[in-house]
Ligand binder design. Structure first.
Ligand code: ACO
Length: 334
């Protein structure tokens, strides 16, 4: 049997209907449209309904991705779902719930926790399973209901995040040209407290005291995270390009994690990227964590900008701290 490669077959996304604009936040906390746009580039973000769970959004995105891959539900043999806002904090995994919602049986399914880097981490898992011959068609999902862990009285975090889901089907191919070119995922736990939801968990199990202290909400050392993100991503992206003998100008689609326009601009500028190469969605979705990269890929796909064979450069940074980059051609099944 010859070597098998992992091919990025299809993309799908789901964006909840409700929109929170910067003007809405001006009525909720001491902030302004001017501050939010200038410091983050965000104009609005979508928020899930009260009864809409992470798995509901994930299942909708996944259904589209499976259809676009031209596959049947039963063709999926692995579901890897990246999230830090699962339906239930301990069990069952959101991947299991999505499998149930889609009617996928006899499947291996599990979640990945790598915050905003989760989708690219999940792609690296899909690649390993496919290249080892263990699986044929992997459903990779990034889905977040960040609104469920945001404190809407804390102006330093509440304006940043949104909800949504994106999904991709990664399939086995013998055609090397279709396969992932490279993927690189890293972590440094030294900075574990830069982004954290302190409760519930084994350190702070659910309790009235924990809730009174607001430990269920996301806390972020924003400015420190910002500086590390720019430095780390610039280095990481330069390395993956160099390793693969590519120049930034060779890449049609640079798809960075959408946390802050200033981070994207700083990394893009240091690579010498033109504006038309850089995919931007942060203004309309905010930071959707693990969902941000697949939602952005889906946008360029639906706009007709993502063509078969075109290379995507993904890069991301998030809680953990974690970061990752990847060079992946879009390889829809013919
Ligand atoms: N409106 C008005 N003023 C605000 C707001 C707001 N919404 N938020 C903060 N401020 C104030 C602060 O209180 C501070 O005031 P002070 O100077 O009086 O103390 C001032 O603005 C500056 O605050 P900074 O935190 O220094 O602002 P900064 O320019 O760093 O922007 C931001 C903050 C947007 C959070 C930025 O640091 C950032 O984007 N950080 C990185 C986020 C990121 O990439 N996270 C990783 C991925 S997320 C994940 O993994 C889930």
């Amino acid at each position: 049997m010859g070597k098998v490669y992992a091919a990025f077959r299809s993309i799908g996304a789901y964006v909840p209907q409700k929109v929170l604009t910067n003007a809405d936040f001006e009525k909720m906390v001491d902030t302004s449209d001017e501050w939010i746009v200038k410091r983050t580039g965000i104009k609005e973000r979508h928020i899930a309904d009260k009864d809409e769970a992470t798995s509901d959004m994930a299942a909708k995105a996944a259904k589209i991705a499976i259809e676009r891959a031209g596959l049947d539900i039963e063709d999926i043999d692995l579901v890897v779902l990246a999230t830090v806002t699962p339906d239930y904090f301990n069990m069952p995994s959101t991947a299991c719930l999505v499998s149930e919602k889609l009617g996928i049986k006899n499947v291996q399914a599990f979640d990945i926790s790598a915050a905003c880097s989760g989708f690219v981490y999940a792609l690296s898992v899909a690649k390993a399973f496919i290249e080892s011959g263990m699986k044929q068609n992997v459903l990779v999902i990034g889905a977040e209901k960040f609104s469920s862990i945001v404190d809407y009285t804390d102006r330093t975090t509440c304006v940043l995040f949104g909800d949504g889901a994106g999904a991709a089907v990664i399939g086995a191919t013998k055609n090397k040209e279709e396969g992932f070119l490279d993927i690189h995922a890293s972590a440094d736990g030294t900075y574990w407290d830069f982004l954290i939801t302190p409760s519930p968990g084994s350190v702070n199990p659910a309790s009235c005291e924990a809730i009174e202290q607001g430990l269920q909400y996301v806390k972020m050392k924003g400015n420190e995270t910002f500086k590390l993100a720019v430095k780390t991503l610039t280095k990481d992206v330069k390395e993956i390009l160099k390793k693969n003998n590519l120049e930034a100008g060779d890449i049609p689609h640079f798809v960075p994690h959408q946390a802050n326009y200033r981070i994207i601009k700083a990394v893009g500028d240091s690579l010498g990227m033109r504006d038309d190469q850089v995919v931007l969605t942060v203004h309309k979705y905010g930071n959707t964590s693990a969902a941000s990269i697949p939602m952005a890929i889906n946008d360029i796909y639906e706009e007709g900008r993502l063509k078969s064979g075109e290379m995507m450069l993904l890069d991301t940074f998030g809680g953990g701290l974690t970061w990752a980059s990847a060079l992946i051609p879009f390889a829809p099944a013919k």
